[in-house]
Structure formats: C-alpha cells, structure tokens
Design a protein around this ligand. Structure first.
Ligand code: ZN
Length: 481
C-alpha cells in the first residue's frame, strides 16, 4: 500500500548582522566561549533589550523575497521555557502577530509548484550546549556557551505542501540560495546558521485526512533532512500497514545510527505560556522603508538560471552548478564580460576555479576573473598547453602575478619547433630500445610511455600531437634503419 506523504518545514535562519538582536554584542562565529555576552543577552536583572534595525531589515527582505505580506504592526512576545541554554528562562519571539505571513516560493523552472509560506517571525537564538561525549543521550555533563544567545533569527514556516523527502531537500536548497543571493544569511548549516525541523505525516491513498504529525529535530545537514524523512516514511508506513496508529510526538534524528528516536510527546503553544514582551514596544514599520528594502532585492535563483541558459547558452546541469555557487556566479559573470566562449569559460570556472577556491579556502569571488580570461586567450593562441595553463592559473591567482609574465619568465611556451623536438625524440628512442620495439610490435602503451618521457623532459611544454607524429616517424627509422 502506498501512502501519500505530507511534509512541512520550520526553518531557522541566523540573520547576517554584526551584532545581536537586542544588544550590541558581536555575532562572530567560533570565538572563545562566553566572550560575546553582556547583561542584556545574559538576562541580568535591570537590563533592557533594544531591537537591532539591521536584523529587522534582513528579516523583512527575506519575507519579501518569499512573497509574504509584511505586517506593519507586529509585536514581540515571551516564549517561556526552562532550559540551561536560555539565560532568561524565556525567549523573545513573535507569536500571534508575526513579522510577515501568507507568502510562497516557486519550485522548478517554469514555476511548476508553489510552496506556501505560512509565516516568518523574528526571534533570538538560545545559547549552545556542548555535551561531553558528543551525544545528549550519553553525556555525563554539558557546558554552556552564551556567545550564540541573542543572535537574530528568522523562523520560516511552510505549509505542509511538500510531498516527498526529495522535494523537501530541493525546497531547502532553493531557499538557501534565495537567502544567500539576498545576503540575508550565510546559511552555513555546518555552523548552525540555517537549521530545519520537519513535520511529516502519512495519509492512506484516497483519503484527505492526514495521519498524526511527527516532528523530527536535530537535522543538521541537507542530507540529514532527506535521510531522516526517508526513514520516517518507512517507519510510519510500516506501523500503518500493520494496523497500528501513529502518535503525535517529537523525534530526534540520530545521524550515526541513521534512525529517529522518541524524544517527547505532544506539545502545544499553550505549554509555553506566551505573553507580550513588556520591555519592547510593538514594531511600527513605514511603507517607504519596506519599499526601500524591496528595491534592494536581487533576481531569484530560478530567474538567474533562466537568464544564464539564454545569455550564455549553458545547459541545465551547468546552470545548476553555477547558480549553486553564488561566489562562482560573480566570478563567471565578470569574466564573461571579456571572454565570449562561454562553454569554455564555464568548464574552467566550474573545474579549476572551484578547485582552487576550495583547496585554499577562498571564496571564488575573491579571485581575479581577468587572470583566467588572459590565460584562456594565451591558450587559444596555442602558446601554451592545457597543463601549463592550469599551473599558471593557480600561481597567477594566488600570487596576483601577470600570467603572460609567468609564461615568459619560466619559459613555458609550447615547444612547437620540429627540429628541437626531433632531437629529443631521437634521444629518447635511443635510451629506451625496449619501449621502441614494443611500440613497433603494436603495443599502444609503449607509445604513451614514450610521449610521457618527452613531456617530462620538456616539463610539459612539448606539443603532444607533434611529439606523437615524430615518434611514429623516428621509431620506424630506428627499427628499420
Ligand atoms: Zn549582549
């Protein structure tokens, strides 16, 4: 029996700001524990919060990018719960009047599917618990770092419109790109700046009524989201098909065992005793400011994909790779302004540029696009070969040197001079009589070996096709003198 799967996501995005949501403490990741704290984010008596205008701006921008209606008079509330990562024993959040609501995001090239966005609301991060022994289930003790407490968060809640784990995965990636291009968040799941909880329920075929909703937490990568949801589909289907009932509960994804585990039973908003935050006045947003923010929005990733296909003639897979790397898009577009063999430019960008950026932990937009353009031009003139081009590219990009100068100084130009190559070929054949015989007896490998010898002696500068031709001629002479 195949069940209909219904998935909704709750995504927490850390907004990219220099300071926290309600105080001036730094949001820098990876600092000494408890070094970015003050009376406000530690919840000391007598301290008062003040809203970070930049965080508000980024939240509004994300909401607009998600086609939401921004609420001009939204309000902050206290969400009360007791847990050691929460110094005030309440979290400042938004409850019944969120920042924005009623939006959607389109999936697919032609806007094939719309996923509804129920609401976007602002809140603050909790601190971070570090469990000795890695797992919360097995830890002897836990340490608390309040550097994260108070970092601005936007919670985005979708309707249960997603129909499979793959679709949830796809949606998350599109959302990540939308937020990245709009500079709302840096969306680093591994640093926790984008996190996701998933609600999943199954319905019997032909029935509108959904089964009980199970919430899955601790999804710390896109892969984990997909794997945990796939696991849940299997688990719930098995219970249902053996006549059992799904209970509404919260489950924890165990990434090592690759299973979900029971965490706690049903919980309701009433458990949190929400009430209006008395220390913050309601937000009052002006239309002019919202419009100003709207004007800073950039094209959506989907629109960008469409444009790249048309403007550069790239195919679907190529466009997908480019758009998945916003830093590479900046590099590519700049280079494309000066070099119009776009496919070749794409191949080098997605290959060598990404590799160099990755190996040296650099963002591709920090690399100089005109260096690649110049090298491709030298390559097109036939002055150097591909291997040399790659070497020169890396050196020029990392040291900021002029590629033509590197080629000149290191004497890297292709050796196309037949006389020079002929001498070398003769010498190599004399020194390798066995390989020469093998080649004449039809062993293909022997030819590759001999070409390799020449390339090694010229440090890769020989023109391989000329070398091949010369070996054929000279081997004949050596063999049949
Ligand atoms: Zn603070």
């Amino acid at each position: 029996m195949s069940y209909r799967t219904v998935i909704g996501l709750e995504i927490h995005v850390e907004l990219k700001t220099d300071s926290k949501m309600f105080c001036g403490c730094s949001t820098t990741f990876g600092s000494e524990p408890n070094s970015h704290c003050c009376p406000v984010c530690l919840g000391l008596p007598g301290s008062l919060p003040v809203v970070n205008r930049r965080a508000l701006e980024k939240g509004i921008k994300a909401a607009l990018a998600l086609n939401c209606t921004v609420e001009k008079n939204s309000r902050f509330d206290r969400k009360n719960y007791f847990y050691p990562d929460l110094p005030k024993a309440y979290q400042i959040s938004q409850y019944d009047v969120p920042l924005a609501h009623g939006g959607y995001m389109e999936l697919g090239y032609d806007g094939g599917k719309k996923v509804s966005i129920q609401r976007c609301h602002l809140e603050e991060e909790a601190g971070k618990l570090i469990h000795a022994g890695n797992s919360i289930m097995e830890a002897d003790y836990s340490l608390v770092d309040y550097n994260r407490a108070g970092i601005p968060l936007l919670e985005i809640v979708t309707s249960p419109d997603l129909q499979s784990p793959e679709e949830a995965h796809y949606f998350l990636n599109e959302l990540r790109l939308l937020l990245l291009y709009n500079e709302v968040s840096d969306c680093r799941m591994e640093e926790g700046s984008l996190r996701c909880d998933a609600n999943i329920s199954l319905a019997a075929p032909g029935l509108d009524e959904l089964g009980a909703k199970v919430e899955v937490k601790n999804l710390n990568s896109f892969k984990a989201v997909k794997a945990a949801l796939e696991y849940e589909v299997g688990r719930q289907a098995q219970i249902l098909s053996s006549g059992g009932k799904i209970t509404q509960e919260t489950r924890h994804w165990d990434g090592q065992q690759k299973i979900t585990l029971f965490m706690r039973g049903k919980e309701d908003a009433s458990d949190y005793r929400y009430f209006p935050e008395p220390d913050l006045p309601p937000l009052q947003l002006e239309d002019a400011w919202i419009e100003e923010i709207r004007n800073t929005m950039v094209e959506t990733p989907e629109a960008r994909k469409k444009r790249y296909r048309k403007q550069y003639g790239l195919d679907e897979g190529e466009v997908e790779i480019l758009v998945n790397h916003p830093d590479l898009c900046i590099f590519f577009e700049q280079a494309a302004g000066k070099y119009t063999n776009y496919r070749k430019l794409y191949n080098w960008s997605a290959g060598e540029i990404l590799r160099i950026a990755h190996e040296h932990h650099l963002s591709a937009d920090r690399l100089e696009p005109y260096i690649l353009v110049e090298i491709l031009q030298i390559l097109d003139r036939g002055d150097i070969n591909r291997g040399v081009a790659k070497e020169v590219l890396e050196e020029a990009l990392l040291d900021g040197k002029n590629p033509s100068r590197i080629v000149e100084e290191k004497n890297l130009e292709i050796i196309g001079n037949v006389d020079v190559l002929e001498e070398l070929v003769k010498k190599v054949l004399q020194e390798n009589p066995q390989a020469c015989r093998d080649y004449m007896e039809g062993k293909k490998k022997a030819l590759e070996f001999l070409v390799g010898q020449i390339m090694a002696r010229t440090r890769g500068r020989a023109d391989p096709s000329a070398v091949r031709k010369l070996i054929e001629e000279q081997a004949h002479r050596a063999y049949y003198p």
